[in-house]
Write a protein that binds this ligand. Structure first.
Ligand code: CP
Length: 301
């Protein structure tokens, strides 16, 4: 069973196959209307459940469109509207859905929910984000880096800000795709201890970004963070804002990434987000192509 749960638990060969397939499928669609079906229809006769226990724009739309382009059908489900949100166990939900659908994508809170879904489902399960990781996003980011700059192997990637779930998937990717990852942020918001050894820490953001090929940041208050922590987090993270002065310390052709949604002029200035080195909307587009390749890998089609 090919579940796609995290980048560090997926083989390097599989990850490379997914990235290459995503690039190939993207090239094949160039210039076509978004609703045009792909020339190959590997998901014909497949039904895909897309479960959201948290809000989403990119994940929801890109999975839905991607399945349809490949000839499949989708069912978008809100956790709150399912019996899952009213006491039915994850295990029973997984067993029941497996009788109706061929593939499950779930965005949820606890990592344990994702793993229990995968344990009890008879069909592949994809991680559409948990409080601990966001692997589909980082697969799209690897695809984006490589289409602009070639292989990411050996490159320097600097994350400035909160050591959150999206950073965790970058750390997993650093190990698998063999790039150097630097975290710069305030000690209270360091990445979780389980990621130690996958990145280095530099507290001074200007020193950290020296020689960077890619600078990345994310929102300062994630969906699972309490709003009561907002002011404290903003005060802690303000020195790590990605602005023109910080980018000037990176390589002159360093790319800028943000998975979106962004709070403009908090974690990154609009000048950087809309600047010539920003690839934020390519990242968003590549969610579509990367996830199509992930679904094909999961289903072996
Ligand atoms: N980056 C990302 O996952 O976006 P959504 O929350 O809109 O899906």
């Amino acid at each position: 069973m090919n579940h796609f749960l995290d980048i560090h638990t997926t083989s390097q060969d599989a990850l490379r196959e997914i990235i290459d397939n995503a690039a190939r499928m993207k090239a094949e669609r160039a210039g076509k209307l978004k609703g045009t079906l792909d020339s190959e229809q590997p998901l014909a006769n497949h039904m895909v459940a897309l479960i959201f226990e948290k809000p989403s724009t990119r994940t929801r739309v890109s999975f839905d469109v991607g399945v349809r382009q490949m000839g499949g059908e989708t069912m978008v489900l809100s956790g709150a509207d399912m019996q899952l949100g009213h006491g039915e166990t994850i295990a029973d939900t997984a067993r029941v859905l497996s009788r109706y659908v061929d593939l499950i994508m779930i965005r949820t809170f606890e990592e344990a929910t994702l793993h229990e879904m995968a344990e009890y489902a008879d069909v592949p399960v994809i991680n559409g984000l948990t409080n601990r990781s966001h692997p589909c996003q980082i697969m799209a980011d690897i695809q984006t880096f490589e289409e602009h700059r070639g292989s990411i192997k050996g490159k320097k990637v600097v994350w400035s800000g909160d050591g959150n779930n999206t950073f965790a998937s970058f750390a997993h990717a650093a190990k698998q795709f063999e790039f150097d990852l630097v975290f710069t942020g305030p000690p209270p918001l360091d990445p979780e201890p389980a990621l130690e050894g996958m990145y280095t820490i530099m507290r001074d953001p200007n020193e950290a970004v020296a020689g960077a090929d890619l600078v990345v940041t994310d929102t300062w208050v994630s969906m699972h963070d309490p709003q009561s922590a907002r002011e404290r987090r903003h005060n802690q993270l303000r020195p790590y804002q990605v602005n023109a002065a910080l980018m000037a310390n990176a390589k002159s052709d360093a790319l800028f990434m943000h998975c979106l949604p962004a709070h403009r002029d908090d974690e990154a200035t609009s000048e950087v987000m809309d600047g010539p080195n920003s690839v934020i909307f390519d990242e968003a587009e590549n969610r579509l192509h990367a996830q199509k390749a992930i679904m094909r890998w999961c289903l072996g089609v």
